[in-house]
Write a protein that binds this ligand. Structure first.
Ligand code: NDP
Length: 324
């Protein structure tokens, strides 16, 4: 079974925009192919726009999952092993080397689900997108929006490990409590905050050195006004725009060039795949930090394959804490 879209999304996706399709999968595998059953499926914001641009009607919705191998013609992967793949929203998938990210090693104290979160794509995004682009130094101030989500909560925790002061914002008081429980120094609710630059100046009186941007839009422009000379901005996502009817329009941040110029700011967007060479190092450190108790794992889990669209919509609407 797999999910496909019944129609183009109009603003926030709805459950009726999706349907389950049943198909017969030919288990006569070609060289390097692997067949597996889904254990955990990841719901991610990028699916919102990737489906719009790249998934024709009838095709499976794309996404990451951990599968258990049931048949293999790939010498690297054996029956019974678990692997993290870009296999889509499907119960059974046939993948080749191109779609395999890596094996899900048995690691003491770490659940399999973590391989779609902190040890999966969002974890690699947080580690590489933050450390490679922001290059944080001890004592610096870091600001992260979307700070209770899959990527944001990890960026905040990594920044604390690196000895930074960490400020965040998110969409509910429950999330503020969560972010503080994992080490954020100060957090505010962007939905109830009336003076965004004002609260930032109060929480980061010495200015912001590193800004990890998950959200984009007007609020991100306001953060620029608080950035210190030599500040670094990692543009990870623009979720505030993903459900806008004209996707492109919402992606504009209204960037203030004079601020960039005067404060010699560095702003860089990235796609996590470009850091593939860094994944082994990232995995090593993330595993070590989890085992040492320095990196806490939090997940929002939905049971039942048929509930995948609802889990996706809930995540886009802010229903998740940590990885969905
Ligand atoms: P999250 O787990 O953070 O879930 C999405 C969250 O976004 C929601 O819980 C909600 O939290 C918040 N949100 C939704 N709408 C808005 C809005 N209009 N304004 C502000 N916040 C909003 O998702 P991920 O951690 O997986 O992804 C975070 C960002 O990172 C996304 O933009 C995503 O596209 C990007 N990303 C980029 C990658 C890359 O390679 N560049 C790879 C992976 C992710 P709240 O309650 O706080 O509003």
């Amino acid at each position: 079974r797999y999910f496909t879209k019944t129609q183009e999304f109009d603003g926030m996706p709805k459950v009726i925009d999706f349907k389950i399709v049943e198909e017969e999968i030919d288990d006569d595998l070609k060289d390097k192919e692997i067949l597996g059953e889904a254990i955990y499926i990841s719901v991610d914001p990028y699916t919102r726009y990737a489906v719009y641009y790249n998934v024709p009607p009838g095709a499976p919705i794309i996404g990451f999952q951990v599968i258990k191998v049931t048949k293999s013609k790939n010498p690297k992967y054996f029956v019974g092993e678990k692997i993290m793949v870009h296999g889509g929203w499907r119960t059974t998938c046939k993948v080749d080397d191109e779609q395999v990210w890596y094996k899900v090693d048995k690691i003491s104290g770490i659940d399999t689900s973590v391989f779609v979160g902190a040890l999966g794509m969002p974890g690699m995004t947080a580690y590489c997108g933050f450390l490679e682009i922001c290059q944080p130094k001890e004592g610096e101030t870091v600001f992260v929006n979307g700070c209770a989500g899959a990527v944001g909560n990890l960026v905040g925790q990594i920044a604390k490990i690196k000895g930074c002061k960490v400020i965040g914002c998110c969409g509910s008081d429950e999330k503020i409590k969560f972010a503080k429980s994992i080490g954020f120094d100060d957090v505010f609710n962007y939905k109830t905050c009336k003076d965004y630059p004002g609260i930032l100046k109060k929480m980061a009186p010495n200015g912001v050195d590193c800004f990890f941007d998950n959200v984009g839009g007007r609020m991100s422009t306001d953060v620029l006004a608080c950035m210190n000379v030599g500040g670094r901005i990692s543009v990870c996502g623009a979720i505030s725009a993903y459900n806008s009817k004209t996707l492109g329009q919402g992606l504009s941040t209204g960037l203030s060039s004079s601020k960039m110029l005067r404060n010699q700011l560095l702003m860089r967007g990235f796609g996590v795949g470009q850091f593939k060479d860094k994944f082994p190092e990232a995995l090593k450190h993330m595993i070590q930090w989890i085992q040492e108790g320095k990196l806490k794992i939090h997940e929002t889990t939905t049971k039942g394959f048929e509930n995948t669209p609802q889990a996706f919509i809930d995540m886009l609407s802010g229903g998740n804490i940590g990885k969905a």
